[in-house]
Write a protein that binds this ligand. Structure first.
Ligand code: HEC
Length: 125
């Protein structure tokens, strides 16, 4: 291999590494932004029933901290409840944009010691 071809190859690898690093940072940052935006949505839309700390009101509104549905590996059941509502809970589909639904679900799944992963807007139809 000539010296110049070698340099060319090193440069190409460098570009790939930089592109991957930037993409990684972007998506981490996007996730962090979504979760912190979700906190705002929670305070605005959910806290009046589920409590500012997710501890709910026993016998009336379920706690979301440590809630089995909010901490499932699959976010589907929680997406379904937040979209369509259930019993005394209103549905939010069509009331707030899907990005806000994804944000608030991401926040709740990770808040107050809940250890579940965030969701992306395209998971919330
Ligand atoms: C008007 C009060 C009210 C509001 C506002 C509300 N919820 Fe609920 N939520 C409830 C009630 C009541 C239930 C229990 C429904 C049932 O009986 O199955 C519930 C259930 C849930 C559940 C399922 C947990 C379980 O154990 O049943 C989740 C998750 C949830 N709510 C998330 C949210 C999120 C996120 C928001 C805001 C976007 C929100 N809720 C807004 C009243 C409310």
């Amino acid at each position: 291999m000539t010296a110049s071809r070698f340099v060319g190859r090193v440069r190409a690898v460098g570009v790939v590494v930089v592109v991957m690093a930037v993409a990684g940072c972007e998506s981490d940052r996007a996730t962090r932004d979504r979760v912190s935006f979700g906190r705002t949505i929670y305070v605005r839309e959910c806290a009046r029933c589920h409590g500012p700390k997710g501890d709910g009101y026993p016998g009336v509104y379920p706690a979301l901290a440590g809630n089995p549905i909010a901490t499932l590996d699959s976010p589907e059941p929680m997406i379904e409840i937040v979209d369509r509502g259930r019993a005394a809970m209103p549905g939010f589909e069509g009331q707030i944009p899907p990005q806000n639904i994804a944000a608030v679900i991401s926040y709740v799944r990770g808040a107050w010691g809940n250890g579940a992963s965030p969701v992306k807007p395209n998971e919330v139809k």
